[in-house]
Design a protein around this ligand. Structure first.
Ligand SMILES: [Zn+2]
Length: 286
């Protein structure tokens, strides 16, 4: 069996998987219900980015009202995240107004749903360096843009979390095929894990009459054991834990100070490091 001969350490997702799939859907509209039904039928996870001052606004793609929003998401098992109270360009208003837009959105969602809400998707992709600093000080853990990477790269800047693509992107089908037919382990030296992060609006499936696009993909990936289905918040927390690993000087011993287990690959072998556990890697036998 192939064995990596080098010392590189590669993050692996839960259960040693090398691929993760996330979905991020915006605006809190009635079509989210059907999208959640599809995710649930196939065991996928989604992140839903919600405004909090536009409930029931039918002129805007048939938004859920306040009660419908609560009953759809409260026990859904999917992530809810920030999208601004009123869906404004954060970078086109005075900073205090932008602060209020995020603070009131977060305060509402945390109070209503009784959970911590730290993820965000930028409305209209509106952000700049000042907005990013503001989000840091408000404890936002990641913020998704609409600037697609058309790749499976893991975000290096969590407040500029560029997704792989929109589901309507010309790149979507090609990325789907690659994600299902290949894997990081196919490469000898560059075995970084893959993240396929898809974004969009569920009402677009109604408008375009193509619910089959997402349902067919969901059906195909659901059978796969090598893919971690996660919310963007779960992904962010997992990678934070991985990044906190502490290594010995020679790189042969690792300690996991977090509460959650993390996985990594070295020399072709995958290790699970439980929270609070120290592991010494097997020696290279050749
Ligand atoms: Zn939006």
């Amino acid at each position: 069996m192939f064995r990596q001969m080098f010392e590189e350490k590669y993050m692996r997702f839960p259960d040693g998987k090398s691929k993760a799939l996330t979905f991020s859907y915006d605006d809190g509209v009635k079509a989210d219900k059907k999208l959640i039904e599809i995710f649930d039928a196939y065991g996928l996870k989604g992140t839903f980015n919600l405004n909090s001052s536009l409930f029931g606004c039918e002129c805007w793609h048939d938004r859920l009202d306040e009660e419908q929003t609560y009953s759809l998401f409260a026990k859904s098992g999917h992530e809810i995240a920030l999208h601004g109270a009123r869906h404004i360009f954060l970078d086109k208003v005075p900073l205090p107004e932008a602060v209020n837009e995020i603070v009131s959105n977060r305060a509402y969602l945390e109070s209503k749903f009784g959970r911590i809400v730290r993820g965000l998707a930028y409305a209209y992709n509106g952000y700049n360096a000042e907005i990013i600093n503001m989000l840091k000080s408000l404890g936002v853990s990641y913020a998704r843009t609409t600037d697609e990477t058309r790749s499976f790269e893991i975000p290096s800047d969590w407040l500029r979390f560029n997704p792989s693509c929109h589901h309507k992107s010309a790149a979507f089908r090609e990325l789907c095929e690659k994600f299902l037919s290949a894997s990081p382990e196919d490469d000898f030296k560059h075995r970084e894990p893959w993240l396929f992060s898809v974004w969009g609006h569920s009402y677009e499936f109604d408008e375009d009459g193509n619910w089959n696009l997402i349902e067919d993909f969901a059906k195909r990936v659901s059978k796969r054991k090598d893919i971690w289905f996660a919310t963007n918040g779960q992904l962010r927390d997992y990678i934070s834990a991985y990044d906190e690993l502490i290594y010995s000087l020679d790189g042969e011993r690792v300690f996991n100070p977090s509460f959650m287990p993390v996985w990594l690959e070295i020399r072709g072998k995958v290790y699970k490091i439980d929270g609070g556990q120290s592991v010494k890697f097997d020696e290279c036998k050749d």
